[in-house]
Design a protein around this ligand. Structure first.
Ligand code: GAP
Length: 488
């Protein structure tokens, strides 16, 4: 029977091999913040590269963008985050620990990132039999109250005119605010998408499970603009496309599923939403959101048209968002600045948006969990990561069998010639078997060993990670051999 991977195995491997460390560890650590070490940063970059290649570079209908994290505060008023992006929390009267009500009340337990406040009709009476996860007290909760999730910061040195800004809680809004810029400066025509990868920040009430839910994380988001009426078709298309992306990069089909949101789970702006869920090795039901795909309708572009009209009120209230009411939609909103004119059909409309929104850190965790394996080899346990070659942090390990007879020099030459094309690692320390094991644990798909035979016929041993099979390849054929095998 296949061994079930435990989260502790992954955390321990990540620390031992330098994939992921606790942030500020030498100061005792900073809760829910993590640093990617030498292997981790390669893995994470490879996931981002694979996403960018498939979502932007291989497509004719998507362009890329990289927006600033700090944006005009009105953006968050218009998007709804300033007023609605909050979790309902209840405080335990015994130990003062605050817990998300949806987690306590088993309301869509653990599945949604954040439930809309209008949906959370839970009162203290509903929590009478609920247990505080910190101290175990039963039914000792306060009335639920909203807790805002956006981090605030100040911009400007002068106290009088310093402006309160927010660290973005999603990358999506920078795409909507640049919709007109992209339309005016490129040749895109609807249907088309704008893609972005970047950091987002949420002052999460409950962080959990290593890098699964943290307060600083990275998202890869696509906003795909389409004509109203074609949105259902594109929604189906992106669901399949995104599901297949994970499968093509090696996630096992049995560990991945799609879960359509029930009507009362949908965010206020969404017509439909599906989560791609991965069977993570923690939590009550194990299945947890990896990526969300939503039909956001024309909500965001229409809201930003209202936001732009609210600028005067923002100045009049000296930037105090709590005093500002978003202006009503103009009667001619259909021809507003964020509308689209279809040259061929001679029609104007506000585009609908389908949004596949993936978490990069969650993908890192899912790919690590899925690739992790332990097997018995000649009475010893072999730990390995069966990464898809495109994701493997190191593609080729290069070893001289011994540190003499000119083998290190040949090894170095091979290393110098291959590192131009692939991420390689040269190692001459210790028994070769142990060097193989170290690369197995790092997920390196191939190792090259320079041995006695190399000195005679200029061939080397190439050893494959998963099967441990060894073949001989001529040194002058190595680059071509790996180009075909790795195809990355
Ligand atoms: N623009 C839509 C949006 O942000 P979301 O479901 O809140 O939707 C999308 O977030 C993805 O971002 C999630 O599926 C998850 O992978 C990732 N994500 C959200 N909050 C996170 C957190 N606190 N830590 C790590 N990843 C997170």
């Amino acid at each position: 029977m296949a061994k079930i991977t435990k989260l502790e195995d992954i955390v321990s491997l990540c620390k031992r091999r330098g994939f992921i460390f606790q942030s500020s560890e030498i100061y005792g650590g900073l809760a829910s913040c993590y640093d990617y070490g030498p292997l981790g940063v390669e893995l994470k970059n490879n996931i981002k590269k694979a996403w960018w290649k498939s979502m932007v570079q291989m497509r004719d209908d998507v362009v890329g963008l990289d927006c600033s994290i700090l944006m005009h505060p009105l953006v968050w008023k218009a998007s709804g985050h300033a007023d609605k992006f909050a979790d309902l929390i209840a405080e335990c009267k015994k130990c003062n620990t605050r817990t998300r009500v949806d987690h306590l009340a088993n309301h869509a337990e653990e599945h949604t990132e954040h439930i809309s406040l209008d949906l959370a009709k839970v009162t203290a009476a509903d929590l009478n039999n609920k247990v505080c996860p910190n101290c175990g007290a039963v039914g000792k909760f306060t009335e639920p109250m909203p807790f805002k999730l956006m981090f605030e910061t100040q911009m400007g040195a002068n106290i009088d005119d310093a402006m309160t800004l927010y660290l973005r809680p999603e990358t999506a809004q920078g795409i909507f605010t640049n919709f007109r810029n992209v339309l005016d400066t490129t040749r895109v025509k609807i249907p088309f998408g704008i893609a972005q990868i970047g950091k987002s920040f949420r002052n999460e009430v409950t962080t959990k499970a290593f890098i699964f839910r943290t307060r600083e994380f990275e998202q890869a988001e696509l906003e795909f603009f389409c004509e109203p009426g074609t949105d259902d078709k594109w929604y189906e298309y992106w669901k399949q496309c995104r599901f297949n992306w994970y499968i093509n990069l090696g996630l096992k089909k049995e560990n991945l599923r799609m879960r359509e949101h029930a009507k009362d789970e949908l965010a206020h702006y969404a017509k439909g939403c599906v989560d791609i869920e991965y069977r993570f090795p923690f939590g009550s039901g194990d299945w947890q959101e990896l990526e969300g795909i939503a039909n956001r309708t024309d909500y965001d572009l229409r809201q930003h048209q209202r936001g732009i009209r609210t600028l005067n009120a923002w100045f009049e209230n000296k930037g105090d968002l709590s005093k500002i009411q978003l202006k009503e939609e103009a009667e001619d909103y259909m021809s507003g600045p964020l509308s689209y004119f279809d040259d061929e059909k001679k029609t104007r409309y506000i585009p609908y948006v389908i949004e596949p929104s993936a978490g990069i850190d969650r993908s890192v965790l899912a790919f690590l969990v899925d690739a992790y394996d332990e097997e018995e080899v000649r009475g010893e346990t072999r730990n390995l990561l069966r990464f898809h070659p495109a994701l493997a942090p190191i593609k080729i390990g290069i070893f001289p069998l011994v540190k003499k007879d000119g083998m290190p020099e040949i090894g170095h030459n091979i290393y110098d010639s291959l590192k131009k094309y692939f991420t390689c690692f040269y190692d001459e320390k210790g028994a070769v078997g142990r060097r193989y094991r170290r690369q197995d644990e790092a997920g390196t798909p191939f190792c090259v060993t320079v041995d006695g035979q190399t000195l005679q016929d200029k061939t080397v041993t190439v050893r494959e990670r998963d099967s441990m099979e060894q073949i001989r390849v001529a040194t002058d054929q190595l680059a071509q051999f790996f180009r075909e095998k790795l195809d990355v």
